[in-house]
Design a protein around this ligand. Structure first.
Ligand code: CAA
Length: 286
């Protein structure tokens, strides 16, 4: 099936980014979120990002207008009936993912691929909520989506070769580099990244160094573009904690235990950039 219409579930940081790159790549995109204000906010961020690309001379004004015209917002799942692929980037909760995938399975034509942008939840378990587990796959984009080149393509136990190849091709058409990964907790990206961030938080918790010092060590000593604590603020501390819990539970291994300071910060509502405070202070998102 030729992919022309893409539906993205979730208009947040990740869903919005995926919708943006898909619209710029020439696909008709419908972005769905659960409330109209989330949809409008997501579309507004995309328009702003595209306007910035025009200002920088990286996108023509005509191409921006064409991309915006290809984007639609909705609070309904019904447009999934028309979609050639659905990419889900909703909240990281298994019961919600399974509910959404079950509903998408009922709405979508046979053969339509249902992809999840989950950062760590098992694709095989999400697929089991559908009657098309061979057409379910992980398509894990990195934040910020328009900038980062990687897409981890995760095969569940029953994902077919055809599904894998179609998604690999789509990722390339979106200007990304797909990397094949099997379905284990955290896949590769977060199995490596998140324990590093957790260890950086332990350094602060144990008084080894300040957040600025920890980040400087990794930036200046390891050439990371940003330090692990600044990156945790970008990802969202609630998401970092959630992925650690998935690793801790999934492997039943104490090496993934979340740092108590991370738990405390999440409980306090210090979630990073999105709330204006994490390891650093930010202007709260308007
Ligand atoms: N959306 C769109 N574009 C953005 C952006 C955003 N949110 N943030 C930055 N950019 C663009 C900027 O406009 C700029 O573009 P130009 O080069 O065309 O001017 C470019 O990215 C570089 O930005 P800056 O000059 O402002 O700052 P920088 O050089 O420090 O780069 C960064 C910012 C790209 C975020 C860089 O610091 C970086 O690569 N950080 C690491 C990001 C990373 O590791 N992401 C993976 C997170 S893990 C994940 O996503 C998986 C998961 O499941 C948790």
């Amino acid at each position: 099936m030729e992919i022309k219409k893409v539906m993205v579930i979730g208009a947040g940081q990740m869903g919005g980014g995926i919708a943006q790159v898909a619209a710029v790549a020439g696909y008709d995109v419908t972005v769905r979120d659960i409330a109209e204000n989330f949809v409008q906010k997501g579309l507004g961020v995309i328009e702003k990002n595209l306007a910035r690309l025009v200002e920088k001379g990286k996108l023509s004004a005509n191409d921006k207008d064409a991309a915006v015209a290809r984007l639609k917002g909705t609070v309904s799942l019904e447009p999934a009936r028309e979609a050639d692929i659905v990419i889900e980037a909703a909240v990281e909760k298994m019961d919600i993912k399974r509910e959404v995938f079950g509903e998408l399975d009922r709405l979508c034509r046979p053969g339509v691929i249902l992809a999840s942008n989950t950062s760590s939840l098992p694709i095989t378990e999400i697929a089991a909520a559908t009657k098309r587990p061979d057409r379910v796959i992980g398509m894990h984009f990195m934040n910020p989506v328009p900038v980062m080149t990687l897409v981890e393509v995760i095969r569940g136990l029953q994902t077919s070769d055809d599904t894998f190849k179609t998604v690999e091709e789509l990722a390339k058409k979106l200007g990304k580099v797909p990397v094949a990964v099997n379905d284990t907790p955290g896949f590769v990206s977060n199995r490596v990244l998140i324990p590093m961030i957790n260890e950086a938080i332990f350094c602060v918790y144990e008084g080894v160094a300040t957040p600025e010092a920890v980040d400087n060590v990794m930036k200046l000593g390891m050439n990371h573009p940003m330090g692990p604590l600044a990156l945790a603020d970008l990802i969202g501390l609630d998401t970092v904690l959630y992925i650690l819990e998935v690793l801790y539970e999934g492997f039943a291994d104490s090496k993934y235990r979340p740092c108590p300071l991370l738990r405390k910060m999440v409980k306090a509502g210090y979630l990073g950039r999105k709330t204006g405070k994490g390891f650093y202070d930010y202007q709260p998102a308007k």
